[in-house]
Design a protein around this ligand. Sequence first.
Ligand code: AMP
Length: 219
Amino acid sequence: MDAVVLLGAPGSGKGTQTGKLCDDFGFHRVSTGDIIRAEIRDGTLLGKSFAQYQATGMLVPDDTVCEMVFSNLSRIDGRGLVFDGFPRTLLQAHRLERFFVERDLRGFIFLFDVTFENIENRIVNRVSCPGCNSVFNSRVDGVEIGAACPRCGTRIAVRQDDTIEVLRHRYDIFRREVDPILEFYGDKVHVIAGNRPADDVYLDITEQMNLSALDSRNS
Ligand code: AMP
């Protein structure tokens, strides 16, 4: 089974590409940000402890995130897994690698290369669906806050942490944490120019993985 790891700054396109891989090829989505937001929304005990991290852009402690990720992965079947927003620290990368070895997973590691200016633009216009976790650009996709999600009908919202101030903080944290992760993965990392239309980025990913339209579950 394949496992895809998407590394990149906030707003670099990880969520969008994850959605495409899941829709087209039946990958199972492992998005730590989505899991964390769901806990906060549901008001669970864990969610209450996450709220401050999420609001300020700080990372949730490694042990908690790893426990959340791996406890949900015991019964995974299907075409494979896409990790969106995990790992975010070297320790998380080590834990994930151990999981890949134990499960005999073939890992594809992608880094979306974008500048701060690229993501600033995207975050300012980013809206998302709290129901199905789809992400839209309000200017490009014409999806406005409060409108019904084109995919599931839930009311479209803006993430609390999608402000320039919090973005700066999240970006600094990303820059600080990513280098050791890249060093750890070494030449397994495929660097993808991220500041392009989503379909072009997607083509690069599927080509690198040798996925073709013929493999698609919709074909
Ligand atoms: P995201 O939706 O991936 O941008 O994540 C939103 C927020 O959730 C982050 O700013 C962190 O507070 C938290 N978070 C998501 N993934 C992780 C992770 N792998 N490790 C620690 N915190 C995380």
